[in-house]
Design a protein around this ligand. Structure first.
Ligand code: HEM
Length: 293
């Protein structure tokens, strides 16, 4: 199965996230040519939004635009764009240049609407100090979680990603006692051990095996920080969006009225759903699914 290797790989030291919208009306042949021209090597990951596929008169199963998850006091903005790009690298300089190449390759019809740099913190911690990714599936389970495997050529090896930028309020977080902080997450920050945490604890809300059906996600999130604030760029891959939606609905309290402790000090400010195409034998993005003819 040929999938985008960056999905399975461990989080990089640095990542640059870009989102593009294409000028309307979308020129189908020109945009397909630009997408086909992208060099899938060099740690580039991409995902296409439903709004772009509609313009390209194409469709893939399960893909839809980011839905409305707002519930009670929890606001979960949808900021769907046409194209999500993630550049993974060892340093910011290389990522900056790769991002420029991508933007030039996409041409003037593609407007950059969002950009953010993420970075690995310590052994893979959120900026609050809690280790992130502990319960991620690995090996064969990671493959089964993240990649389509039984849908035929052009779809097998593809993945669906939910992308959400979260902003932490560190004034609030600092004002919480250490116990309140551990309770919000549901793990001990020093030892990373789980304990008998309250029901609102994040790891209790999202415990993947507690859903029916089980709701496993392959998370590849990274911290970010700039003049506008600091937080986590949540990036979660699946074979569809069912696991993410089950998790998000429980986090906002839609299921049982209990809101995830994360919302005490953090909030999402973006939200998008994207289909990540597989690679073809030549190692290029496989868009054959977008050419039904
Ligand atoms: C501010 C944003 C977030 C932060 C700081 C955060 C942090 C964490 C931390 C520290 C853990 C425990 C270690 C681990 O297993 O990775 C965790 C677990 C987890 N998180 Fe998040 N997370 C965030 C957002 C989300 C979102 C939006 C989702 C999905 C909708 C999510 C899904 C999960 C899942 C599935 C687990 C593993 C639960 C288990 O099976 O034990 N997280 N998160």
């Amino acid at each position: 199965m040929n999938f985008q290797p960056g999905i399975l790989a461990a989080v990089p030291d640095h990542a640059r996230y870009l989102e593009f919208d294409f000028a309307r009306p979308v020129n189908r042949s020109s945009v397909l040519e630009k997408l086909n021209g992208l060099d899938a090597g060099g740690n580039l990951m991409i995902g296409l939004g439903q709004c772009l596929l509609e313009q390209l008169e194409s469709a893939v199963p399960h893909l839809r635009s980011f839905p409305n998850f707002d519930h009670g006091g929890c606001l979960v903005p949808a900021t769907q764009s046409d194209l999500w790009v993630c550049i993974r690298g060892d340093g910011i300089g290389g990522n900056v240049h790769r991002a420029m190449e991508v933007a030039w390759g996409l041409g003037k019809e593609a407007r950059l609407i969002r950009q953010l740099d993420g970075f690995k913190y310590d052994i893979g911690r959120d900026l609050t100090g809690y280790e992130d990714g502990t319960e991620n599936p690995v090996g064969r389970e990671a493959m089964e979680t993240a990649f389509v495997g039984d849908a035929g050529p052009g779809l097998d090896g593809s993945s669906y990603v939910a992308v959400q930028q979260w902003v932490h309020d560190f004034d609030v977080f600092r004002s919480m006692t250490r116990e309140e902080q551990d309770h919000a997450i549901g793990r001990d920050r020093e030892t990373n051990e789980e304990f008998d945490a309250p029901d609102f604890a994040h790891v209790k809300r999202t415990a993947q095996e507690s859903f029916d059906p089980e709701a496993f996600l392959l998370r590849r999130s990274l911290p970010w920080s700039n003049a506008s604030g600091s937080g986590l760029m949540f990036v979660g891959f699946g074979r569809n969006f069912d696991a993410f939606e089950a998790q998000m609905n429980r986090m906002t309290g839609r299921d049982d009225g209990i809101v995830d402790g994360l919302f005490r000090f953090s909030r999402p400010v973006t939200g998008g759903y994207y289909w990540c195409p597989p690679l073809n034998r030549a190692g290029r993005f496989d868009f054959s699914r977008l050419h039904p003819d």
